[in-house]
Design a protein around this ligand. Structure first.
Ligand SMILES: Cc1cc2nc3c(=O)[nH]c(=O)nc-3n(C[C@H](O)[C@H](O)[C@H](O)COP(=O)(O)OP(=O)(O)OC[C@H]3O[C@@H](n4cnc5c(N)ncnc54)[C@H](O)[C@@H]3O)c2cc1C
Length: 286
């Protein structure tokens, strides 16, 4: 398997940010992936597993890491009503596969632009549901090698997942169970969720989704909106005029530094108005 040096990373993330990464690999199968996992990496960030790159912030210069692109680790099979899904499978594909079988519960995944691996790491969710609500087991690579773990082995919260007792380096796959609902129109429900999303999010722009986590009981986007921040620009970065918790890279012209300056601006404005220090949802690599 080829290990590339100084690979440009702009096209590997939905914000279209970043310079290059010191090492990059694209494992073709699980055997390749195991080889990488067993070798590890001496870089600052170590092995960084990447799905669609829809929730990461990359720096302008050189990212000292070994990025492992998971897109070919992408088998999806069904065992009765249980889905066995590799971590590189997109959430849209899981949603479609489920909805075709009448699994209305899978529909919420359709609009989240990520892979199963990224969703497991972030506990991705929408419309009142989150991925870990449907996990039966996960196959992970830990300090002591490959393991099968269960939801009770993790502390799972809003956009946060921590393994109790061991350090998980990589999610390889999961078994998911969605209930089959023969009465509801699962496909119609999924389409409805997708069109609702299109009304409230800046579709077709380069962004990472919500930059900050919501505060219990409060929509942080609404607070930014009330402060009049929509449309604020620094360099090529802009707070979305559609959703004030999204930062857009206008015409791919923003540097990571522009985005970072805008992030600080939002944090300062919220602290000055409400003494709230918002936490980042996006995963920062610098
Ligand atoms: C327009 C837009 C809308 C969004 N809407 C939502 C939403 O409604 N709800 C929501 O929760 N999120 C949302 N997001 C954020 C993002 O889509 C989710 O967090 C998604 O789960 C990220 O998946 P990914 O595969 O792209 O992860 P990446 O961005 O590639 O990675 C995110 C993190 O997960 C780690 N990771 C990825 N794969 C693995 C693996 N196999 N093993 C271990 N670690 C791994 C990465 O190293 C990184 O730390 C949105 C983003 C965008 C751009």
């Amino acid at each position: 398997m080829l290990i590339e040096r100084n690979k440009p990373i702009k096209r590997l993330n939905s914000w279209r940010l970043g310079g290059c990464v010191s090492y990059y690999s694209l494992p073709k199968n699980k055997a390749d992936l195991m080889m990488l996992l067993e070798s590890g990496s001496n870089t600052k960030h170590g092995l960084v597993f990447l799905g669609l790159g829809s929730n990461v912030f990359f720096p302008d210069g050189v990212l000292d890491a070994h990025i492992v692109n998971m897109k070919h680790i992408n088998q999806l099979t069904l065992q009765h009503d249980i889905m066995c899904v590799d971590s590189g499978v997109t959430l849209a594909r899981i949603a479609k596969a489920g909805v075709r079988l009448g699994m209305k519960q899978a529909a919420f995944l359709a609009g989240i632009p990520g892979t199963l691996g990224g969703a497991l790491k972030m506990n991705a969710g929408a419309n009142g549901a989150s991925i870990w609500d449907y996990v039966i087991s996960v196959e992970v690579y830990t300090d002591s090698g490959l393991k099968t773990l269960y939801p009770e082995d993790f502390d799972v919260g809003y956009r946060s997942v921590h393994c109790r007792g061991c350090s998980v380096h990589c999610f390889l796959s999961a078994r998911l169970k969605f209930t089959v609902d023969v009465v509801s129109d699962a496909m119609g429900y999924m389409k409805m969720l997708l069109s609702n999303r299109n009304l409230v999010q800046p579709i077709g722009t380069f962004n990472c989704g919500c930059v900050f986590r919501n505060i219990p009981g409060k929509s942080i986007g609404k607070l930014f909106d009330e402060l009049g921040l929509k449309g604020l620009e620094i360099g090529g970065a802009r707070i979305s005029p559609v959703h004030a918790n999204f930062i857009e890279n206008i015409a791919k012209g923003a540097t990571a530094e522009d985005v970072w300056a805008l992030i600080h601006c939002m944090q300062d404005a919220l602290y000055a108005a409400h003494q709230i220090k918002p936490e980042l949802e996006v995963v920062v690599y610098d």
